[in-house]
Structures are given as structure tokens and as C-alpha cells.
Design a protein around this ligand. Structure first.
Ligand SMILES: N[C@@H](CCC(=O)N[C@@H](CSC=O)C(=O)NCC(=O)O)C(=O)O
Length: 277
């Protein structure tokens, strides 16, 4: 692992790192904020998965999480949203290809050699974080925004023993039935919709996957609310499965980092309560 930058912030260290990923076959860059801590102690970890067009840098620059992480003693890890670079396939559209990995392991030929964001986040990056940072991997939470909210929900639902807490900002909750998701899942996984269910939070819940509780914030002025996000589908799935969903429609907020940063400290405190219990 190579250190690209390290800066002191709120008493801790904001770092950006690069490593050669075996699962994506590319270099991958990610950021980690480590609060000040007693040498030798290990801190709980919150994963933040980003949305379409993002790298690690969007939340690192605009997410305003460091004060809350420092106060709560929580590490925050922000991975990239796809493999990138020469030799990696891409698409002209902002919602497919590089910057839009949708947290799947692609099976369609054009994408299958590099687009393995599921294995990257379920296996490779956690092992690296455990080895290189003072992270207590028994105390992990996960959150994310939009496409990254979809990633957080689906990874948590598939791995209930790994995460003690899961939340999301304006997540895509049912990619199988919304335009962003239908395009991406067709492109990465092919037309057989039965292969999409492991990547659809509502379908996973319908198929029996469970987490004890969820926190979701969405702005009521979010430009993607009705066509792409459709939080009412998560409400219905959670009600049917008796999952304790706190779904907050935040008046006046849109889809941007102005919205995310407004509720970031709330989410970090909510995760910290569960990770430190
Ligand atoms: N057409 C827009 C769409 C891109 C966009 O809004 N991306 C969001 C995530 S949307 C769902 O995953 C985002 O986080 N953008 C980065 C940011 O810093 O705001 C466009 O191409 O601009």
C-alpha cells in the first residue's frame, strides 16, 4: 500500500492511499480518517460508499465527517466506486462504467475482468484495512449515498454478521425496477433478472435477508426521489419483514453533498452508539 497524502485534521489523520487490487486487476485509491487514539487501541470502522461519478475524494472533500468521527472515535473508510485506468472498459454515460460500478461482481464479458466491486468490498479491502490501520473489525458499520446507499444496504443485507449498523443517504433501494439500476444490472449481469436479486435491497429482504434496523435519510427536494430512489419500496419491504426502518424525509434537501453533510454527524453518532455498545 502506498500513501498518497496524510493531513492532520481534528487531532486525527486524514489519509489517501493506493494499492494494487488483485480482484479488480487495477490500482485502487481510497481514503481513511483515523481519529487520535491511544497507541495500541483499535477503533470501530464506518464504511462510506459513494454515488455515481464519485471517487473517494467527493466525500473526503465535502462530507464534513471528520469532527464527528474524531468526537466519536470512529474510523471512516471511503473507497472508490469502480476500477479505473487504461485498459479498463468505460462508457460515455455518467451512470455506467468507470465511476458507476454499482458494487456488483460483473459477469458480462466486457466488464467481468475488472468490475468486481462486491469482492473488493466484501473481501479484499477489509483485509487490507484490518492489516494496515488500527481498526477493530468486530465493530464495523456501513453507510453510503445513492448508488453507494444501494451498495451499503445490499452488502449489509448479504453480510449481517459483519456489520453492527447500517444507514444510507438517499439510497437506490430497488435497482431492479428503476432506470439507473435496470441499465447497470443489465449491463454488468446480463438480462436474466434472477441474477439481479442479490444486488437489490428490497429483493434481498423479500428473499429473507435481514438486518435488525436501518436509518435512511432522503431530501424531499431530491431530484431523483420519485424516479430512481423510491424509498416507499424500502418502507414496504421493511414493514413486511418487520425490520425496524427509521426513514426520514428531510424537508427542502436535494441529492447533493449539501444534504449529505447536513446529516453526516447524525449518522456517525447513530453508528457510534451501536458500534460502541
Ligand atoms: N447527472 C449528474 C448525476 C451525477 C450525480 O448526481 N452524482 C451524485 C450521486 S447520484 C447516485 O449515485 C454524486 O454524488 N455526485 C458527486 C458530487 O460531488 O456531488 C451529473 O453527472 O452531474
Amino acid at each position: 500500500m502506498e500513501t498518497l497524502s496524510q493531513n492532520k485534521s481534528h487531532g486525527g489523520t486524514q489519509g489517501v492511499y493506493r494499492h494494487a487490487s488483485l480482484v479488480t486487476g487495477t490500482d485502487m485509491t481510497f481514503s481513511v480518517y483515523v481519529p487520535e487514539h491511544v497507541r495500541g487501541t483499535r477503533l470501530p470502522v464506518l464504511w462510506y460508499l459513494s454515488g455515481l461519478t464519485c471517487t473517494h475524494a467527493n466525500v473526503t472533500d465535502k462530507g464534513e465527517y471528520r469532527r464527528a468521527c474524531a468526537e466519536q472515535g470512529v474510523i471512516l473508510v471511503a473507497p472508490d466506486t469502480s476500477p479505473r485506468g487504461e485498459g479498463v472498459p468505460d462508457d460515455e454515460a455518467y451512470d455506467f462504467g468507470q465511476g458507476a460500478g454499482f458494487y456488483v461482481d460483473a459477469t458480462e464479458a466486457r466488464w467481468a475482468s475488472h468490475f468486481h466491486m462486491r469482492a473488493y468490498l466484501e473481501q479484499e479491502l477489509p483485509a487490507l484495512v484490518a492489516a494496515e490501520f488500527p481498526a477493530d473489525m468486530e465493530r464495523q458499520g456501513i453507510t453510503g449515498h445513492s448508488m453507494g446507499g444501494h451498495g451499503a444496504l445490499t452488502i449489509a443485507l448479504r453480510n449481517p454478521d459483519r456489520f453492527r449498523s447500517v444507514s444510507a443517504f438517499a439510497p437506490i433501494v430497488a435497482p431492479s425496477v428503476v432506470p439507473w439500476g435496470e441499465k447497470a444490472l443489465t449491463g454488468y449481469l446480463g438480462p436474466d433478472r434472477s441474477n439481479w436479486r442479490a444486488y437489490d435491497a428490497c429483493a434481498l429482504i423479500l428473499d429473507g435477508a435481514r438486518v435488525p434496523e436501518l436509518l435512511v435519510d432522503v431530501g424531499d427536494a431530491d431530484q431523483f426521489l420519485h424516479e430512481q430512489l423510491r424509498p416507499e419500496l424500502l418502507r414496504a419491504a421493511c414493514d413486511a419483514a418487520e425490520i425496524d426502518l427509521t426513514l426520514r424525509l428531510q424537508p427542502g434537501y436535494d441529492h447533493s453533498y449539501y444534504f449529505i453533510s447536513s446529516f453526516m454527524a447524525d449518522h456517525i453518532a447513530w453508528h457510534a452508539e451501536r458500534l460502541k455498545a
